[in-house]
Design a protein around this ligand. Structure first.
Ligand SMILES: [Zn+2]
Length: 582
């Protein structure tokens, strides 16, 4: 499958006029050299969105949305980035034949992706042949209609134990690659398909590339496990993905919440009743990578795990982890059936939707959980319970929630509010109190640093001369995120021999870790006048902060230094630096 190149995308962007394209979605009126309109990405009542024909970017003053013509179309139409490129191309009378685009995937992985895509096509096709009749019947009996089968790319592996292998062999793929990808297995020199006689479900990475398969039996088979999953490979890293993430993320952002379930069948079932902002862990414990993926969405997470003890424990463990990561968390506990899939099959979609409409806040849920197996009329049990709740409260930042909880406990169990407050204060980690004080100071100092760094990065996106200025006068950011962005800007320029803000936005689009920051920078600075003089002022300000920091560090070092000669050396260094610091 062919991929589209960055140059091609930049060409399409250059030939598309952002004012005309955005203007075809929302009314725009000219204001000075820019155009303004009512922002479609938040509940806007006055025109907060500004579109710059000069820079070919847009920004919303109210909600922070910003980007280039592709990101606008992708957000507005809720389609993938490549789909947005296709739409923009066709609006300019051009045609885009390719179907995949991925900056992140290196050339080396292109063939692996091709193999996966080809395998998926093969599985899809099998389901539509005479061999697929039973499987299709099975799926329909399980309440999965044609739309859902298509939406989730459900397919079929065949009876013959080397049909996929033969197909891939004909394409001259290296057998080692096929083994690595877990599509085939080799025993005593004979190679077999990994999946046979199973309904196949593709697994995607966060960008929507197929990285593996899960496959289940659909006929009475003895001595085989119901589900079989791809093993870990170069492409498939279990625990690094969330099933359905690439499709759910935009809808989740719009709805401002995402439902997290255990199994992919739960996600498919919930989707089938029209709730599309759902992802599956493919297990019970949430990994660090999964927490980070969720955090990036900046939406509320609703945990809806299985209705068994493992699911209950996992809800507490995952919930604690989400709260620690400052992610607003709510909980749905279904009753009766074992998981959301079976719950919906037994009770219907409306019953499930009612549950979604009334989730418990995580803290409320945890309070109930802590009550379990305790007799709160018993003084000892009550004391353990109150202590547990207070301990949980220390994890929470919300002072109002703390106050309300203490109040509620005080009334419910007839305890003195003062005693509860004192106890909570004792439990609060001491360092937090200290931290608050120092972060305020830190923040004020950091502001110059942050603003300066981000302005400089913005200037760098505007052309070679600004990149050169950075290299000449600064050359380095201490902060790793800023450094990464600066490196990407330099890399982009060196590869393309030119750079504009709008093209750089395209480039970072699939780089989740830096994209949000770049968008924020663009939004903050889009209206700044871009001149070398202005950039130099920021560089000077930043240099002064850097010098101050260095002096501070050296002074500390001097204090702890015992050797007099070395002490003098440091003192001289400080003196030198102070000359610069004027
Ligand atoms: Zn907005």
């Amino acid at each position: 499958m062919a991929s589209v190149s960055n140059e091609e995308i930049n060409d399409i962007r250059a030939s598309a006029d952002i004012v005309a394209i955005i203007g075809s979605y929302i009314p725009l009126t000219q204001k000075g050299k820019n155009f303004v309109g009512v922002c479609p990405f938040h509940d806007d009542h006055s025109p907060s969105m500004s579109v710059s024909p000069e820079k070919q970017i847009y920004k919303c003053f109210a909600c922070g949305a910003s980007g280039n013509v592709f990101t606008f179309v992708a957000e507005y139409e809720n389609v993938s980035f490549i789909e947005a490129v296709r739409i923009v191309a066709s609006k300019c009378g051009k045609e885009l034949s390719i179907t995949t685009y991925n900056n992140n995937v290196s050339q080396a992985l292109k063939e692996e992706n091709e193999i996966m895509d080809l395998t998926q096509k093969f599985f899809l096709n099998n389901l539509r042949t005479k061999f697929g009749k039973d499987a299709l019947e099975y799926l329909k009996n399980r309440g999965l209609n044609e739309d859902i089968i298509k939406e989730f790319g459900i397919g079929l592996s065949l009876d013959s134990n080397d049909s996929l292998y033969q197909l891939l062999l004909k394409k001259n793929y290296d057998i080692k690659k096929l083994l690595d990808l877990g599509l085939v297995n080799s025993v005593n020199g004979k190679t077999y398909d990994m999946f046979t006689r199973r309904i196949t479900f593709p697994l995607w990475d966060k960008d929507g590339n197929i990285v593996g398969f899960s496959a289940r039996v659909y006929r009475d088979e003895k001595d085989v496990s119901k589900y079989m999953n791809s093993r870990e490979s170069k492409l498939f890293k279990k625990g690094e993905t969330l099933y359905n993430y690439h499709k759910a993320k935009d809808i989740a952002k719009r709805e401002k919440k995402i439902i997290v379930v255990e199994g992919f069948m739960d996600a498919i079932r919930i989707s089938s009743i029209g709730i599309k902002n759902v992802v599956a862990l493919q297990g019970t414990a949430m990994t660090t990578e999964q927490v980070q993926l969720l955090k990036k969405l900046r939406v509320k997470v609703i945990l809806c795990l299985d209705n068994d003890n493992a699911g209950l424990i996992a809800t507490i463990n995952n919930g604690d982890e989400l709260i620690k990561n400052e992610i607003e968390t709510e909980v749905i506990r279904l009753s009766g059936e074992k998981d959301p899939d079976e719950y919906i099959l037994a009770n219907g979609g409306e019953a499930f939707k009612n549950n979604v409409d009334k989730p418990l806040s995580y803290f409320e849920f945890k309070m109930n959980y802590l009550k379990q197996n305790k007799d709160l009329n018993n003084v000892e049990d009550l004391s353990i319970y109150v202590n547990d709740v207070l301990k949980s409260l220390t994890e929470i930042d919300d002072p109002i929630l703390k106050e309300l909880t203490l109040d509620k406990m005080s009334k419910e169990y007839n305890l003195s509010i003062i005693v509860l407050k004192n106890k909570l204060e004792q439990l609060e980690p001491v360092k937090i109190k200290k931290e608050i004080k120092s972060t305020v100071i830190e923040k004020q100092r950091k502001d110059v640093f942050m603003i300066g760094s981000e302005k400089i990065l913005y200037f760098m996106m505007n052309g070679e001369e600004y990149i050169r200025e950075y290299q000449k006068k600064l050359g380095f950011f201490e902060d790793s995120l800023y450094r990464e962005i600066a490196n990407e800007i330099v890399y982009f320029y060196e590869t393309n021999k030119e750079i504009t803000v709008a093209d750089f936005i395209t480039y970072v689009n699939d780089k989740n870790d830096i994209r949000d920051k770049v968008m924020e920078i663009v939004n903050d600075s889009a209206n700044d006048e871009v001149t070398i003089e202005a950039m130099d002022e920021y560089i000077d300000a930043l240099s002064r902060v850097l010098v101050k920091n260095e002096i501070k560090r050296l002074k500390k070092l001097m204090k702890s230094e015992l050797d007099e000669a070395k002490k003098l050396e440091i003192a001289l260094q400080i003196k030198e630096l102070k000359k610069e610091d004027v």
